[in-house]
Write a protein that binds this ligand. Sequence first.
Ligand code: UDP
Length: 238
Amino acid sequence: MKKARYKRVLLKLSGEVLAGEEGRGISYEAIHNIADELVTASQMVQLAVVIGGGNLFRGSEASEHGVERVTADYAGMLATIINSLILQSALEQRGVQTRVQTAFEVRSIAEPYIRRRAIRHLEKGRVVIFSGGTGRPYFTTDTTAALCATEIQAEVLLKATRVEGIFTADPERNADAHLIREISYKEILDRDLKIMDSTAISMSMDNNIPIIVFNITIRGNLLRVLMGESAVGTLVRR
Ligand code: UDP
């Protein structure tokens, strides 16, 4: 087994990466591909995962259609738990011990979040999936990822997406857009680059957690990132 650059990492999977081409619903093919990547990753590092829910439900979207915002956000948090359980199942089918911890109690299906317990699971080589976001409305799972990475003292936050990294502009709309290899938190905030929400970026900045944005749908990319290959994705740091 190749040696990883990190000991403990926090991987943020947006709901979109679990979805099919349209970014909605659950694609079992996508789930299986990601689970395959996570199996090897879990043998190389202590692996904690935060999952989004945007493929199933987004609070802000639902509130535009008249659902009360806080209720809509709770529905969004529940969507992250659905994604977590499905990923857990795919990982356990592959022999990887996995624990789902939820930010609010859903005791009959998962453990509540207990930091020390999460760390113990990681030390024992189990994958820990942090589910239910922060447990509070008006936040995102990117912010959850920054918070969890800080709490469990992960060395890096890996933001898995379906694009190569951070671009100077939207590559689908602008032919001149190019991939940025390295950028500071402050520049992302100043240029208002829409890769993560500003709360997630500023929390990572305040706690000095580097972020690597990369395309997880390319086979082997996650492992390349874990080995510290700088040619994959965009590195965000001070
Ligand atoms: N959400 C929330 N509080 C949190 C995290 C998530 O209210 O701490 C809700 C919010 O409605 C959001 C939904 O859960 O739209 C799904 O999360 P997110 O949009 O971050 O998922 P992703 O874009 O990563 O798939």
